[in-house]
Design a protein around this ligand. Structure first.
Ligand SMILES: NC(=O)N[C@@H](CC(=O)O)C(=O)O
Ligand SMILES: [Zn+2]
Ligand SMILES: [Zn+2]
Length: 425
């Protein structure tokens, strides 16, 4: 099978390419990137006016499988990923049972192999049942193919337990993905602590809840010599700490989510569970710091933290609703509309943060359009304007604050190993 992508703007961070070119794919691999390829193909896609980028890689997805299949499954989550331009997604371990052993990791990988249109990699839990006390079988799970460990959903509050896990991760040469939240400081908060929470009469979550664990984890990971990747950074001080850690040559990387660079607490007009996520939407100053952090490459990665919950579970008040919003099908458009069009990111940086940098963090040779690479590709139309319609989502859950929002930029096609797994037409 030969696929020819004609006349697109090929953007490849690995080779620093940004030029109108054709891309020829054969037997699942990129065989040629050149100005005008005249070869006959089985299928030709006209990508005129579109970006042709390495397929997006999402380091932070909740697939809810096993255990919460009413919210999402490996199959539906992977379908949502394909629609969002993602060709590889990493699944967080807060499932039921938790992904804390080889059996669950194999179950997800096997299910993905059979049913998922995109690559799925399971992340291993740090502790058994995410109980924060006994370490999971990290070595076994690494042999089964986990690219990282994480306790996402919570922090490992016991510093000694976390330190031991970090030392093992160092030995296994995998990164630790950190969810930074001091459990003892949260005190029932449901949105950012501040004026807006007071006006709505809702309990707040202060920045210090995140910042104090971010500081601890940077220091702890440095001492263990392990690569620390900070999940869903939302505060000004998180960005500031990552900046200083990097200046000091510490092995720290960081991600930000589209909701944290698009919305602030001021966008919460009423008690609406679709605006409840962890960490919460912060102040305007925090949002600006996240945007600047992305611009200055202090923040390396854009990840969705796709966290599906049903409408019934979300209910009608933030007081009781679970934390989390879906994100796979809105991330590319929000990145383009909020960061590229507003001058924070170049299209090259967009490709870096959505594909090349995440690949580097998990030591993957994906995230590039180099000749010889696996043909995981996204074709993105930067002109297309439309209104986000959650009813059109391929994912099972529709919990998003972006329903009805006007955006620019649409995923036109997603290609995995040379196969078109999603097409907007
Ligand atoms: N982000 C969220 O608000 N929720 C996530 C957990 C997490 O990412 O910490 C979930 O699993 O629902
Ligand atoms: Zn988290
Ligand atoms: Zn998460």
């Amino acid at each position: 099978m030969k696929l020819l992508i004609k006349n697109g703007r090929v953007i490849d961070p690995a080779t620093k390419t940004d030029a109108v070119s054709d891309v020829l794919v054969e037997d699942g691999k990129i065989v040629k990137v050149d100005k005008s390829i005249q070869e006959k193909a089985d299928k030709t896609i006209d990508a005129k006016g579109c970006f042709v980028m390495p397929g997006f890689i999402d380091l932070h997805v909740h697939l809810r499988d096993p255990g919460f299949e009413h919210k999402e499954t490996v199959a539906t989550g992977a379908k949502a990923a394909a629609r969002g331009g993602f060709t590889t997604i990493l699944a967080m371990p807060n499932t039921k049972p938790a992904a804390d052993n080889v059996d669950v990791v194999n179950y997800v990988h096997q299910k993905a192999k059979n049913l998922a249109p995109v690559n799925v990699l399971q992340i291993g839990a740090v502790t058994k049942g995410q109980n924060g006390k006994e370490l999971s079988d990290i070595h076994g799970m690494v042999e089964a193919g986990i690219p990282a460990i994480s306790e996402d959903g919570k922090s490992v509050m016991d510093t000694a337990v976390y330190y031991k896990a970090m030392q093992i991760a160092k030995k296994e040469n995998i990164p630790v993905f950190a969810h930074c939240e001091d459990k003892d400081l949260v005190q029932g908060g449901v949105m950012n602590a501040g004026k807006r929470a007071e006006e709505l009469g809702l309990p707040g979550i202060a920045n210090v809840v995140e910042d104090v664990i971010t500081a601890r984890d940077i220091v702890l990971a440095d001492s263990a010599g392990v690569h620390l990747h900070l999940c869903h950074c939302s505060t000004r001080k998180s960005v500031w700490m990552v900046k200083h850690a990097k200046e000091d040559h510490l092995h720290v990387t960081a991600e930000a989510c589209p909701h944290h660079f698009t919305l602030s607490e001021e966008d919460i007009k009423e008690d609406d569970p679709d605006y409840k996520m962890n960490p919460p939407l912060r102040s305007v100053e925090d949002v600006e710091a996240i945007r600047e952090g992305l611009k200055n490459n202090v923040i390396d990665v854009i990840a969705t933290d796709h966290a599906p919950h049903t409408a019934i579970e979300k209910g009608d008040s933030m007081r009781k609703a679970p934390f989390g919003i879906v994100g796979l099908e809105t991330a590319a458009a929000l990145t383009y509309s909020e960061l590229v069009l507003k001058g924070y990111l170049t299209p090259m940086q967009m490709a870096e943060k959505l594909s090349y940098n995440p690949a580097q963090i998990i030591h993957s040779d994906k995230g590039t359009l180099k000749e010889g690479a696996i043909a995981d590709i996204v074709i993105f139309d930067p002109e297309k304007q439309y209104v986000i319609d959650a009813e059109k989502f391929a994912g099972k859950s529709k919990n998003t604050p972006f329903d009805g929002r006007e955006v620019t930029g649409e995923v036109k096609a997603t290609i995995v190993s040379g196969e078109i797994v999603y097409s907007a037409e």
